[in-house]
Design a binder for this molecule. Structure first.
Ligand code: GLN
Length: 549
């Protein structure tokens, strides 16, 4: 089917955190399941050029694409749902928009003109939206507008949506997500916040075509009709979005509500009869009916905000489902672990992950946790800084280099087992200058990782500045830590593993970014399966507790 690209905008009203990202990803999944090629883009109204310079407490995880964009964590949901890679063009921020408009102004592209929000900023926004359509790869582009309608920051984006709707008519559609709160005192669902937020959109000149209403209770026909009448949408376009036990249920809830059918009809696109969701349903069934349960520790310094490790916890959910296992993640603060209490803090875990991170805080706790995993033969996965800490721990406690460290933490160590490459030493600008994006890695055929990946060459995504120091490689190998994956261009060690341990792997890259529902990441699948084995679980093990995700 050859069609011009259609554009769907997803806006949000009433409050933040209603789950626009999940609704956008669910709609995209349904359209994909009906045979359309879809991508999702996020427009973020903050002035940072990208979230790479933000602390995870501010913004949650920074997600990285194959082409090295540091992006909003919603892009992770898009990839996990669709299994289609995103790119630089899929995340646009106000910082990026203004940067390019100001660059153009300095070049003289607007010579003679006053540069203004309308049309210059809005034109730049529109061109970024159309960029994905122009690739010719997608029949439908879904653009999620960050923030809440009415915020000062979102205004230029909503104005760009108004203009695109006016210019493109039926090729554009606006889905507005709102909250329908339940008042327990009167036992009623209230529609007023939805009405008000649609009024705000109308003040900006945008009439939403579809309303998705987040609610704890079912919406009856009367309420649908009332919302439809007050908000000027068809009753069938008032979609109920009930709270779900897992985000992976949302596409099926949206399918029941016919969100995809309403959207396709409004865009004047055919609604293919077949919708292929068999694999998705099988995954969900496994997720909700686990046969085993394992307790896995995630050691990190941002554990108060679980969004900081979103992709890791989702990768564990995918890997758990494949293994018919509920992965019960224990969030362990690295600052609270030391050599004295580590046994007590980590007792009873069947697997330990040491998380990525930057800086000194909590580093010794991570190193103690790794020592525990190594000595007690608990399956261990170290990710990025977690891998670097595994190298430091091994150098200190096995190779006897007691002051071994990363020069990120101790620049004057006499054993810099983790260090900066010469090329990184010249860099003074912080934003966007780490080793970012996908790099190839060749696996040693004798290694555990080769038996896990079952292929010689892999590509994984990176986000770090420091590297394993190759000067020490020979010593490490002699002592029993193997460099089992190497970047073929620079001979950089990307994976380390222990020979005398049931499952001990550290990776310089971030495997979690590539785990999706249809392609759970082999390292996480292998890790969970090792945890099941160590826990000595038999097929008879029952899981009774309720699942959450
Ligand atoms: N801070 C380390 C580095 O820059 C690790 C980064 C990470 O864990 N993503 O190399």
């Amino acid at each position: 089917m050859s069609i011009g690209t259609k554009y769907i905008f997803v806006t949000g009203g009433v409050t933040s955190s209603l789950g626009k990202g999940i609704v956008s990803a669910s709609l995209a999944k349904l359209l994909q399941a009906r045979g359309y090629t879809v991508t999702i883009q996020k427009l973020d109204p903050y002035i940072n050029v990208d979230p790479g310079t933000m602390n995870p407490y501010e913004h949650g995880e920074c997600y990285v694409t194959d082409d090295g964009a540091e992006t909003d964590l919603d892009l992770g949901h898009y990839e996990r749902f669709l299994s289609v890679p995103t790119s630089q063009a899929n995340n646009v921020t106000t910082g990026k928009i203004y940067q390019s408009v100001i660059d153009k102004e300095r070049r003289g592209d607007y010579l003679g003109k006053t540069v203004q929000v309308i049309p210059h900023i809005t034109d730049e926004i529109k061109s970024r939206i159309r960029l994905l359509g122009k690739t010719g790869k997608y029949q439908i582009v879904i653009t999620e507008i960050g923030g809440t309608v009415g915020d000062i920051e979102s205004h230029p984006y909503v104005e760009a949506v108004r203009q695109m709707k006016w210019e493109m008519g039926k090729d554009c559609l606006v889905v507005h997500l709102t909250l329908m709160p339940y008042l327990s005192t009167t036992g009623e669902l209230k529609t007023k916040p939805t009405q008000h937020s649609v009024k705000t959109l109308l003040e900006y000149g945008v009439q939403p075509d579809v309303l998705v209403c987040r609610t704890e209770h079912k919406i009856n026909k009367d309420i649908r009709n009332k919302v439809a009448l007050f908000c000027n949408v068809e009753p069938a376009a008032v979609i109920e979005a009930l709270d779900a036990s897992t985000i992976y249920e949302v596409p099926l809830l949206m399918e029941k509500e016919k969100l995809d059918v309403v959207v396709l009809s409004k865009l004047q696109l055919p609604v293919p009869e077949n919708i292929y969701l068999d694999d998705w349903k099988e995954f969900l069934h496994k997720l909700k009916n686990p046969k085993f349960e394992v307790k896995v520790g995630l050691v990190g310094k941002y554990v108060e905000l679980k969004e900081s490790y979103k992709s890791i916890s989702e990768a564990l959910i995918h890997a758990g489902a494949v293994n018919n296992c509920r992965v019960n993640v224990q969030w362990i603060h690295s600052e609270w672990i030391n050599e004295e209490n580590v046994e007590e803090k980590l007792a009873g875990l069947s697997g330990i992950i040491v998380a990525p991170g930057f800086g000194k805080r909590g580093i010794e706790g991570k190193i103690s946790a790794i020592r525990y995993a190594r000595e007690h033969e608990v399956p261990f996965l170290g990710i990025c800084l977690g891998m670097q800490c595994a190298v430091i721990e091994f150098a200190r406690n096995v190779m006897g280099k007691s002051d071994a460290h990363s020069t990120e933490i101790n620049p004057s160590t006499s054993n810099p087992v983790i260090d900066l490459l010469e090329s990184q030493k010249q860099i003074t600008i912080k934003g966007g200058t780490m080793r970012l994006g996908a790099y190839p890695c060749v696996l040693n055929e004798e290694s555990k990782v080769f038996s896990i990946y079952k292929q010689r060459e892999i590509a994984e995504r990176h986000r770090h500045r420091y590297e394993f120091n190759n000067e020490y490689l020979g010593d490490f190998e002699k002592a029993g830590m193997m460099g089992s994956g190497v970047n073929p261009q620079g001979d950089l060690v990307e994976i380390v593993e222990l020979k005398n341990h049931p499952w001990f792997i550290g990776v310089q890259f971030h495997p979690e970014y590539k785990s999706t529902v249809s392609n759970p990441h082999p390292l996480f699948v292998g890790f969970v399966s090792a945890a099941i084995e160590i826990a000595g679980l038999s097929r008879k093990t029952k899981v009774t507790s309720k699942i959450d995700s």
